[in-house]
Design a protein around this ligand. Structure first.
Ligand code: ATP
Ligand code: MG
Length: 232
């Protein structure tokens, strides 16, 4: 693979928690710009650790991690918040701010960047429309269904137009219909150019969507398969 094509490049990456648990073991993984990747594996296999590593939340014990040409394993702690601005992230439990309405939840990410008020209004409006929540701008998270809250969380993750979207079990709290809608939305974000990495337990969705699938087991990458052929 051409060096320049590698958006995310992990070489012999090991990650350890402070208590000594080695949660990722010598992982080798290359992800190209514009890919859609599922990460699967049983509970405790290292999926969330993988996402946290890409978020810069955990120190890399050994090996190298490069994201958009930046070496995460060499990054200083104070550089991490700036690095994170290039990532969108979605979690199982939505993590919306309960004391802010949906518009404000999505706008916050832009306010932090100092985007002009009128532009924020336009961008948030566009995102709300994209996720089908035009009518819910003034609603508070508790007033929305689970599927709607997750759609709002995706709008929040995407409003700054990150190149990479990370999702850790985004459908874990949703019923099959809502799960499918969220996956379709993630696929749409991917179609618009975002590289998308989705951790999931939902085998049915993984089977249907025919994307690249990475399998983790006890912190090891045991399979990396594109529909119809192996990559590694
Ligand atoms: N904060 C922590 N401190 C120590 N060990 C941890 C910590 N978080 C996770 N682990 C351990 O690291 C390993 C990988 O955990 P991880 O959370 O990445 O699994 P997972 O694949 O996301 O599982 P699940 O499907 O249950 O979410 C497990 O052995 C787990 O016990
Ligand atoms: Mg997890």
């Amino acid at each position: 693979m051409d060096e320049q094509e590698r958006l995310i490049d992990m070489q012999d990456v090991s990650v350890r928690y402070p208590n000594g648990t080695e949660a990722l073991k010598k992982l080798n993984l290359h992800i190209k710009k514009g890919e859609f990747l599922f990460v699967v594996g049983s509970s405790g296999s290292g999926k969330s650790t993988f996402i946290k590593t890409l978020l810069g939340e955990l120190p890399v014990a050994s090996g190298s991690v490069s994201v958009s040409g930046r070496r995460l394993d060499k990054m200083k702690r104070r550089e991490i918040p700036y690095y994170r601005r290039s990532l969108g992230v979605v979690f199982q439990e939505f993590r919306l701010l309960d004391d802010r309405n949906i518009f404000e939840n999505i706008a916050l990410a832009q306010e932090i960047l100092g985007v002009h008020r009128l532009r924020i209004k336009r961008n948030v409006g566009m995102m709300l429309e994209m996720v089908g929540l035009q009518g819910k701008a003034g609603a508070f998270p508790q007033e929305l269904s689970g599927g709607e809250q997750q759609r709002a969380a995706i709008a929040r993750a995407m409003v700054n137009r990150p190149g990479i979207l990370l999702a850790d079990e985004p459908t874990g709290n949703l019923d099959p219909d809502n799960s499918w809608e969220i996956m379709k939305l993630l696929e749409e974000m991917n179609r618009l150019g975002t590289t998308v990495i989705v951790v999931t337990h939902n085998n049915e969705v993984v089977d249907k969507m025919k994307k690249r699938v990475v399998v983790l087991k006890n912190g090891n990458l045991v399979s990396d398969e594109e529909q119809g052929g192996y990559i590694q």
